[in-house]
Design a protein around this ligand. Structure first.
Ligand code: BG6
Length: 483
């Protein structure tokens, strides 16, 4: 199902507080899984990974260098001085990793395609061996009854594009991305029916180009940063069009974004409305423009003289109709209260004692998993949402018996999944969930110090061992319910 721009009427109704797109009563039985915790029949259960974080084999079969190769080898960028040259060696061990998924009973898998394997220089002549790897991976997934969901860009930009045109600082990169998307669509959509364009535009812009924590490690002034943001959004839109033009008819396409999650501090109609308004405004640079085709006043007012330069045609491209929205949800970003001010809301500050998981940024707030898809579905009249990432890092030390009893991760997942079940039982159109992550991997600037996998990886031997959370997830999938 496609959806495009929203009408003024839509927002008039929203401002009036009417419930949009959500039925007041569940559209399916809350006990679909045989318990009160059930998910809809046919709900997709999977795990998520990304190419750079697991594949290794960075010099194999004609792959070109990526900006993360260069960045990770620069002193002071990765906390444990590691890199992803080998990572989980998934390039060689992919068959074994698919068996792990099969053992979980997973029905879907979200992976990413490494642009520099397919176009070592970012554009020009494709490298046939690069795409061969994904052919093998997809065929193996299908042979094991697992549906492939492919992400086109999870931050591994070909270094050549960074060197030649400044990467995402240039609109040329958005066009090169669309050419790459067209080529991949032509080759893979005979077997891949769901394609994600860009993973987390906001993080690649802010951490990569503003704070310099992620590759390419730039700290651009605000005006240039906003232009990067615009170019990335344009890349998303152009790639949607390229996939429609060159992919198999019926291929479904959408972004995978880590939206700013706004939770009503107290669940009253006024606060819920305020949290919706906050969601729309605080996602003004990405989802709102993708889904509405406009930079809203709140965004432009905040950007001021640093606002991006764009044309009306750009906005039309960025808001090309999509088939689903992918949401990466880890934490609540704001608790919101209704306010009698210009914005209509105020953000409550987080107290220092607010609970965290094993990372400063990872707040424990399971209700994020209920409100984020609910707000998105209502604000933008969505018919299909996937939770494209959710999970947590944990210390994961093996116990004396060699097992990893990651009770903290199990507790986190159980609570977040309960909130997801709450959403689906009320008719919020979430069609699947991808747990981040299948295996411990290269966690960007954290190197191998943060572990997000439900399988532990011994990076000296590449041995994978199931954690307690793998048993938990297997049971969830089996029962199609929170256990
Ligand atoms: C998401 C990314 O932002 O968070 C993943 O899409 C990443 O690639 C995950 O691994 C965890 O983030 P971090 O910064 O702790 O590695």
């Amino acid at each position: 199902m496609s959806f495009g721009r929203l009408s003024r009427r839509h927002f008039a109704r929203l401002a009036g507080g009417a419930v949009l797109g959500l039925s007041a009563t569940p559209t399916h039985s809350a006990d679909a899984g045989g318990t009160q915790q059930g998910f809809p029949a046919g709900f997709r259960w999977g795990t998520a990974t990304s190419a750079y974080q697991i594949e290794g084999a960075v010099n194999e079969d004609g792959r070109g260098p990526a900006i993360w190769d260069r960045f990770a080898h620069m002193p002071g960028t990765i906390i444990d001085r590691s890199n992803a040259d080998v990572a989980c060696d998934h390039y060689r061990l992919y068959r074994d990793d698919i068996q792990l998924m099969k053992g979980l009973g997973a029905t879907a898998y979200r992976f990413s395609i490494a642009w520099p394997r397919v176009f070592p220089d970012g554009l020009g002549t494709p490298n046939p061996k690069g795409l061969d790897f994904y052919d093998r991976l997809i065929d193996e997934l299908l042979a094991n009854g697992i549906e492939p969901f492919a992400t086109l860009y999870h931050w591994d930009l070909p270094q050549a594009l960074q060197d030649q045109s400044g990467g995402w600082m240039s609109r040329d990169t958005a066009r090169a991305f669309a050419d790459y998307a067209a080529y991949v669509a032509e080759r893979l959509t005979d077997r891949v029916s769901h394609v994600f364009t860009i993973n987390e535009c906001s993080r690649l812009v802010h951490l990569g180009h503003g704070l310099g924590i992620d590759a390419p490690g730039l700290k651009l002034p605000q005006a240039e940063l906003n232009q990067v943001r615009h170019n990335v959004a344009l890349g998303h839109g152009l790639s949607v069009q390229a996939i429609r033009a060159r992919g198999r008819p019926g291929t479904k396409v959408g972004p995978a974004e880590n939206l700013v999650v706004c939770v009503p501090a107290i669940d009253t109609p006024a606060n819920v409305r305020a949290a919706e308004m906050a969601t729309r405004e605080l996602n003004g640079g990405y989802l709102t423009v993708m889904l509405e085709g406009q930079y809203i006043d709140g965004f432009l007012a905040q950007a001021g003289k640093d606002a991006p330069k764009y044309t009306a045609e750009d906005l039309r491209i960025i808001s090309s109709p999509i088939d689903f929205l992918g949401l990466n949800i880890y934490k609540p970003d704001h608790y919101v209260l209704a306010a009698d001010n210009e914005r209509g809301f105020t953000l409550a500050p987080f107290p220092a004692s607010f609970p965290h998981m094993d990372a400063d940024w990872l707040r424990f707030g399971p209700e994020a998993m209920y409100w984020a898809p609910r707000h998105a579905a209502k604000l933008w009249d969505l018919r299909s949402i996937y939770i494209t990432e959710n999970g947590t890092s944990a210390t994961d030390e093996p116990a004396a018996d060699g097992n990893v009893h990651d009770l903290d991760r199990v507790m986190y997942l159980r609570n977040y999944l309960q909130q997801l079940q709450r959403a689906t039982s009320q008719g919020v159109p979430v069609a699947g969930y991808f747990l981040w992550s299948l295996i411990d991997n290269f966690e960007w600037a954290d190197g191998y110090q943060k572990r997000f996998g439900i399988y532990r990886v011994d990076f000296r031997t590449q041995r994978r061992t199931p954690k307690l959370s793998a048993s938990f997830y297997r049971e969830v999938i089996k029962q199609n319910a929170v256990v």
